[in-house]
Design a protein around this ligand. Sequence first.
Ligand SMILES: [Zn+2]
Length: 45
Amino acid sequence: MSNLKRVLENVGTPDFGICVKCKQTIPLGRIFIRPQSLLCVNCAR
Ligand SMILES: [Zn+2]
């Protein structure tokens, strides 16, 4: 839940949709499906 809150707080900021590990852009589709994910597909697996 804390991760989801972090994501929501980042909406509209430059950090929104950026992987916390590799700083790559996370596809919006992934964010909406798994909003708690702060990692891109490559880093999460
Ligand atoms: Zn990543």
